[in-house]
Ligand binder design. Structure first.
Ligand SMILES: NC(=O)c1ccc[n+]([C@@H]2O[C@H](COP(=O)([O-])OP(=O)(O)OC[C@H]3O[C@@H](n4cnc5c(N)ncnc54)[C@H](O)[C@@H]3O)[C@@H](O)[C@H]2O)c1
Length: 444
């Protein structure tokens, strides 16, 4: 059992802290957000994540996790200190904003004594950050004995607990054996089950994280472009994706066409890798194209919606199903819905929104919209429906529901939720597949 401190109790800090407690370690979660910490002490989760409350409650019950706003408490008691604060893209340069990482490094330095500690960068950070953190600590605290290690996190929001406890791989980047042995011990409950822990150097560990997210983003954009081509060529992208995905060298995941990638990671991580590549004098043209095409994707989707209405959107009322950047999360960061819906609002469209988790943050982003408690309520009386997020409960809606609830049976589905044959009888526009239209004899 090791004593661990998580500096930052957000998606990554809270999930990994709770999972480490679940694996038998003693965890102190620190956050500067006093409301978040007060809520967690009472068992209130600040994020929606499957199984999270259960493992936090169990850890609280065993006293293996505690929450505090005091960095000193965490740093002094723990032998392994994880930095798990956000690293969003800087709005002007596009580089990762490392101010939270550096602020935490200063706090760690100010509370360290002479006891050896491992400081672990779990936040996604560019190459060179570990050295900067090391310098900050050394400059502020001449007695501190420590190693800075990179241990990037690969969990997916929506499946974060399961991903942490069943990782495809654990990557540990370090230049010294002392810290590696401690990291190995920390993850032993997982490696004993056969999960792979890979050792590399700090810079390579950083690269693995950025390369991994950029590759997945590239896969998404590949199928999106292919979907556009399928529409023109008269082929079906769902079958193309399945046909190529069954090749084990390609794999079926991340081949669902849609409105482009969003969320707190892919947009900023592709941008960061592109910036790093330029800085070291080896530009990544593929990644540059992925970023540009993803930015353009939202406007393409807007044109698709507009064309479905013969470019007459003014004063239409639209039922919007889904606003989070993907299903199974309440995260709105960089969601494609933000750009698409704000443009629709400017075009004079009335928005009737339903998202199973969107009511919490949605009104901040779309103050002009009306929010509903179910898909059916949002659909009732609207002119048409737009599907933006692939929540599985939307699959239960049928062509009959759309026909009876909407004023006109028109659905623009940007997530390909339904089989084309099941949407006979309505006007159904999806991505990379033929448009289903009402035959004239049924069009009354
Ligand atoms: N969200 C994901 O799915 C995911 C997955 C893998 C990696 N990551 C990476 O992990 C890092 C964290 O991401 P996140 O989504 O958990 O961020 P987040 O915004 O959800 O959480 C960050 C937390 O850090 C806290 N914080 C900021 N400054 C602090 C300070 N000085 N002291 C204490 N707490 C402080 C904030 O209050 C916040 O609660 C990022 O680098 C991200 O790229 C995220």
């Amino acid at each position: 059992m090791q004593k661990i401190c998580m500096m930052g109790t957000g998606y990554v800090g809270l999930v990994s802290g709770a999972c480490f407690a679940h694996l038998g370690h003693s965890v102190i979660c620190v956050d500067k957000d006093a409301d978040r910490i007060a809520g967690l002490k009472r068992g209130i989760m600040p994020i929606y994540e499957k199984d999270l409350k259960e493992i936090v409650d169990a850890a609280l019950g065993k006293n293996s996790i505690c929450f505090t706003t005091d960095p000193g408490e965490g740093v002094k008691k723990a032998g392994v200190i994880f930095i798990t604060v956000g690293t969003p893209a800087d709005k002007t340069t596009g580089d990762p904003d490392l101010s939270h990482v550096f602020a935490v490094a200063e706090e760690i330095a100010d509370h360290m004594d002479e006891e050896y500690k491992v400081i672990v960068l779990k936040s996604t950070v560019p190459i060179g950050t570990a050295e900067m953190v090391e310098n900050i600590i050394k400059t502020r605290n001449h007695y501190a004995r420590f190693s800075v290690v990179s241990n990037p996190e690969f969990l997916r929001e929506g499946f974060a607990v399961s991903d942490f406890l069943n990782p495809d791989r654990i990557v540990v980047g370090t230049g010294d054996d002392q810290s590696f042995l401690i990291m190995e011990e920390l993850y032993r409950p997982l490696t004993e089950q056969g999960y792979i822990l890979m050792r590399t150097d700090v810079t390579t560990a950083n690269m693995i994280k950025y390369a991994s997210n950029s590759f997945l983003a590239m896969k998404i954009m590949f199928i999106n472009e292919l979907a556009d081509m399928c529409e023109k060529a008269g082929s079906n992208v769902t079958d193309v994706a399945r046909g190529i995905g069954l090749d084990t060298r390609i794999g079926e995941k991340f081949l669902n066409p849609g409105p482009g990638f969003g969320g707190s990671c892919f947009p900023k991580d592709t941008l960061a890798l592109e910036r790093m590549a330029k800085k070291v004098g080896s530009p990544l043209k593929l990644v540059e194209t992925v970023i540009a095409e993803n930015n353009a994707r939202r406007y393409k989707m807007l044109s698709k919606i507009s064309e479905a209405f013969n470019n007459k959107l003014h004063n239409k009322s639209l039922a919007i199903l889904g606003i989070t950047f993907k299903a199974e999360t309440d995260d709105m960061r960089d969601s494609p819905s933000i750009g698409i819906l704000s443009e629709l609002n400017l075009m004079g469209v009335k928005l009737h929104i339903y998202d199973p988790q969107g009511k919490k943050h949605g009104p901040e982003f779309f103050p002009y919209a009306v929010f509903y408690d179910s898909a059916r309520e949002a659909l009732k009386g609207a002119d048409a429906a737009i599907i933006l997020t692939e929540w599985s409960e939307f699959r239960e809606l049928t062509a009959h529901d759309f026909k009876t609830l909407l004023k006109s049976p028109l659905v623009v589905d940007l997530r390909n939720m339904y089989r084309l044959e099941d949407m006979e009888g309505i006007n159904y526009h999806s991505v990379g597949r033929k448009t289903v239209t009402i035959s004239q004899e049924n069009a009354d």
